[in-house]
Design a protein around this ligand. Structure first.
Ligand code: NIG
Ligand code: FE
Length: 421
């Protein structure tokens, strides 16, 4: 369905058509709100053309207008594209967060406590939780979102997570290589030569787990997924182990994304660029060669400020990346350990305040940038032919997203032309 905003104030005649062909166009008269203070909205019949729409009629000469919405001078922006979340999990880690705020450091190993809680949850419990998150995303203006697995870490549990994620989004990522699960770490077979707990024993356990990930687990998960990802970091997987997972995923038809350079410098960014990943995410610790490699590539650098906020790490330097010519996206990384926020307005506020982005760059990074990170051209922008994913702000401009942090400025949200919040 299409939604048209009447040219009034800053919401100047924004109109996009989300339908694939005329036969699919639905009546979206449900988008009208009689109680709206502006009072200027009315549903239109399918063949009627909105008064005042002539400004865009040249762009879509044969378009059918399904609804006319008076935004009353408020800003209208594209729906946010959150290209990085981990929303299928059980439990939470509020205690770990509280301990961190009292001085304890963030460690990748915390992931294992969420793995235990996720394995203990039923499909329906995870589904119910997902439904709550989808509402939470919509209410905050996110209309496209990726979801990763990674809290199952067994064949059956990873399959479950990608299958459940697929029920709510097309953008599903198989992250079997999140950390080495407890049962491999504790397996006496890997400890035999040098005793449990040595780096050699841990490496043997990780290699054996990667064998499972690239074999039976990938076979079970690939049919539900669009992407493969690996956590390339000290305490998780080496660049060599990550490469095995990503190449196997690509051979199974999945696109590549990488978690890299989150907790320290390392080979994640270089590996992502070399493999032609759509995105490398975190990018907190980069050297000049990493930045140059990104700038010369099509790989998007996806920055996740919720992580640095919640782990007290330094924020990534978004200004340095943009000035070097790197394509930057902003995403929430919503997960119970390192970043339990689903709010892109919050990420925008932090990126503007502490990462050197202008409000316009931060808005772009969380919409068009996120779309590029997912290799999508149908979302992330308001233009003819794009999906009608629109957010009306209770503000005269996008600048207010950073200027008024923590204030719920999202007023109404349309996803593919349907009012969802
Ligand atoms: O993106 N970096 C790895 N994975 C998540 C953290 C997951 C967790 O702590 O549970 C992330 O930050
Ligand atoms: Fe993540």
């Amino acid at each position: 369905p299409s939604v048209e905003f009447r040219p009034s104030g800053l919401a100047q005649g924004a109109k996009i058509d989300g339908s694939r062909d005329a036969s699919e166009r639905a009546d979206v008269s449900g988008t009208t709100r009689p109680e709206s203070p502006s009072g200027g909205e009315r549903p239109l019949g399918r063949t009627q053309r909105a008064e005042g729409s002539s400004a865009r009629a040249d762009l879509l000469p044969n378009a059918v207008v399904d609804a006319v919405v008076d935004a009353g001078g408020r800003a209208v922006i594209p729906g946010f594209v959150d290209s990085h979340t981990h929303l299928v999990f059980g439990g939470d880690r509020a205690d770990e967060f509280a301990a961190r705020m009292a001085g304890r450091a963030y460690e990748a190993g915390g992931i294992r406590s969420t793995v235990a809680a996720t394995r203990a949850a039923t499909d329906d419990e995870l589904r119910a939780r997902l439904a709550v998150f989808v509402t939470e995303l919509h209410v905050q203006g996110t209309t496209t979102f990726e979801i990763k697995s990674g809290y199952g870490l067994s064949v059956a549990d990873e399959e479950r997570l990608v299958r459940l994620a697929r029920e709510v989004t097309d953008e599903v990522t198989f992250l079997g290589a999140h950390v080495v699960p407890f049962e491999f770490r504790e397996d006496p077979r890997f400890a035999a030569a040098d005793g449990a707990g040595t780096p050699e024993a841990a490496a043997r356990a990780a290699d054996a787990y990667v064998d499972l990930v690239v074999g039976e687990m990938l076979d079970a998960c690939a049919p539900h997924a669009r992407w493969v990802d690996a956590f390339c970091e000290r305490g998780a997987f080496t660049p060599e182990q990550s490469r095995r997972v990503l190449e196997a995923g690509a051979a199974a038809g999945l696109g590549i994304r990488v978690h890299g350079n989150q907790l320290g410098p390392g080979g994640g960014v270089r590996l992502a660029v070399e493999l032609g990943a759509a995105s490398v995410d975190h990018c907190t610790y980069l050297d000049d060669a990493d930045v140059a490699a990104l700038a010369a590539s099509d790989t998007v650098a996806t920055l996740l400020p919720g992580v640095e906020f919640s782990t007290r790490q330094p924020y990534p330097d978004a200004r340095r990346l943009i000035d070097a010519g790197v394509t930057v996206a902003l995403a929430s990384d919503c997960n119970p350990g390192s970043s339990f926020t689903s709010s892109l307005p919050f990420c925008i506020a932090v990126a503007v305040r502490d990462m050197g982005l202008t409000p316009a760059e931060a808005l772009w990074a969380s919409t068009a940038g996120g779309a590029l990170a997912l290799r999508r051209t149908d979302v992330g922008a308001i233009r003819p032919g794009a999906r009608a994913d629109l957010v009306e702000l209770d503000a005269p401009s996008h600048v207010h997203l950073a200027y008024r942090p923590g204030v719920p400025l999202v007023r109404r949200v349309w996803a593919a032309g349907e009012l969802v919040a």
